[in-house]
Design a protein around this ligand. Sequence first.
Ligand SMILES: [Zn+2]
Ligand SMILES: [Zn+2]
Length: 360
Amino acid sequence: MATINYKCPNCGGPLKFNPDKQQFSCEYCMSDFAEEKIQQLYAEKEAKESKAETAEKNAQENSAQGQEPQEDAVVYTCPSCGAEVVTTASTAATTCFYCQNPVVLGGRLSGEFKPDRIIPFALSKEKAIEKFLEMCKKKIFLAKGFASKKQFEKLTGVYFPYWYVDSQKQASMTAIGQKVRTWRSGNKRYTETSNYRVVRGGNLIVKNVFERALKSENRDMLQGVHPFNLQESHPFSMSYLSGFQAEKRDIEKNEISQAVNSRIQDYCKQLLKGTMNGYTGVVTESYNDTTDLEAWNYTLLPVWVVTYKYNNQIYPFAINGQTGKTYGKLPISKCKLAILFAIVALAVFAIGFLGGILLL
Ligand SMILES: [Zn+2]
Ligand SMILES: [Zn+2]
């Protein structure tokens, strides 16, 4: 496995992407470097590594013909300390378990797996912890030990892969619109129902319909951390991954294109139906569309993640690495709830007791 270590041009220390500064920082000599500088410096190396990776892959394929592809775990050598490190097949960036240096597995996100764009982390780990604490403070029934220092240390910055789809369609819809008119004459009441055939059509553009591109991760969580502001996305560069974890997609377009298209069609139907105003009721008769243009963007998005085990249940918790929006179920302390019930019961009893006195 080809690896890249982003190193400080001054002292050779490990370089990590710094969300606060939106620059690359060296923790050893405290230098900062602009994105462009590091990207220029490493462009050649990244290209070389992807080439080496492709060659390695081809060699493997040739020698492994007829065998089942085995891609569950991959061993690579840490360029800093030389340790053999095992990662899952989808990991594209990680931290060396032994020396804590950031490692980017160059080949994982190259060729057809090269993302189109990335939103770099804007929320540092410290800020993510603040958000996390803020959220915990509001939850008075939180299980003891959840909002602890040990918990924060496990907070990991991960770039998750997503598909984003923009679509331009010629869509048309016919429907029956109903108008009901009632009036009174003498002691009779009249109702008149008129049916109209309503036709709408046009050139519709639906943007940023997204779907996760990683099977193994909790789907609700990956959807729940949205929205992201895509206007702040950058063309993909491998160097952003330094200091974070990154996952490679394992869901391809063809696996989700039908589901995505039907969601786009739902939006189109809503848009068209939304223009059929002034009727008491509208019933759709038919809908048709043809797709003029469709663009799929493979996008990496920043998420801070922590999982918590409580009463034998796993609670995944996520914080949007761009906006700080939190997502997740928190463990509830049954003990604290029981105390509340006791207090409420006591209060009710006291009120009842008071009422009893008053009635006497
Ligand atoms: Zn340095
Ligand atoms: Zn190492």
